[in-house]
Design a protein around this ligand. Structure first.
Ligand SMILES: [Zn+2]
Length: 266
């Protein structure tokens, strides 16, 4: 009530009510956009109770949390405020991604040890993905986020993170027109060519960097490069994500990094 009264008084004298003093809103600058330039998708990697506790009380946060059962979208942080979900991260040289993004955490157990000690990833229920898609569409429309800036945590922090993981259906985002996706015919044509002559590691590193990753330029298939290759494969070729350079991965990478036709911005 204390805040409302001065606002009413200011309204009466013809001013806005966001300041305790008169501000003139007669002029508007043409060059401006949303502070949210990226949309980052995650899996929580835990049970519902553990995820909720972590994201509300333990130093990390996200704007949205999408529960799996029952499917429900929770907002934990106002979109105008910063959430802490990206951590140390980079995409096309941009590093302040918490400040420039909206984060969506998707409830999912993530990567857990299987019976033989291997890592197992858990499926996302289709209804949960429906909710994520609707949420992404809404956010992207309101903030004007570019398709190539709808990313996974593993894209921006491949050495630390694998989420949302190989079971996340990125293809459904592509089918909804939300993200770029490599044309299968163009991939097949290049794959046949690369099967005859696979590019060297330097080529892969250069293309992965061009795509957006922070990746070493050593020319050697070091663990960091394999890790970047692995998360790239999880997203675009989830049937095999061993981090080995191969013809199909090269083909996908080349198609995704082809120059855009003139006049079309990414
Ligand atoms: Zn994450």
């Amino acid at each position: 009530m204390k805040r409302i009264l001065p606002c009413l008084l200011l309204l009466l004298v013809g001013s806005g009510c966001h300041h305790p003093f008169a501000v003139d809103h007669s002029y508007v600058a043409k060059d401006q956009d949303s502070r949210a330039q990226f949309l980052i998708l995650h899996f929580t990697g835990g049970t519902w109770d553990a995820s909720l506790k972590t994201l509300t009380q333990e130093g990390v946060s996200a704007h949205y949390l999408v529960r799996d059962n029952p499917v429900r979208v929770y907002q934990l942080v106002d979109e105008s405020r910063r959430a802490y979900h990206a951590g140390v991260s980079s995409w096309k040289g941009q590093t302040q991604l918490n400040a420039a993004s909206i984060g969506i955490e998707i409830q999912n157990l993530g990567d857990t040890p299987g019976p033989g000690g291997e890592i197992v990833y858990h499926d996302y229920p289709p209804e949960q993905i429906d909710a994520v898609l609707a949420l992404v569409k809404d956010i992207v429309a309101r903030h004007g986020i570019r398709p190539d800036r709808i990313l996974g945590h593993s894209d921006i922090a491949p050495q630390r993170k694998v989420d949302p993981g190989p079971t996340f259906p990125w293809r459904r985002l592509a089918e909804a027109g939300l993200i770029p996706w490599p044309d299968p015919l163009a991939v097949a044509e290049r794959q046949a060519r690369f099967e005859k002559a696979l590019p060297d590691v330097k080529w892969f590193q250069a293309r992965l960097e061009q795509h957006g990753f922070k990746v070493p330029g050593t020319g050697v298939l070091d663990p960091d490069t394999r890790q970047v290759l692995s998360v790239f494969q999880m997203k675009y070729r989830p049937a095999r994500y061993d981090g080995q350079p191969d013809a199909e991965t090269a083909a996908i990478l080349e198609v995704l990094t082809m120059p855009m036709p003139s006049g079309r911005k990414p």
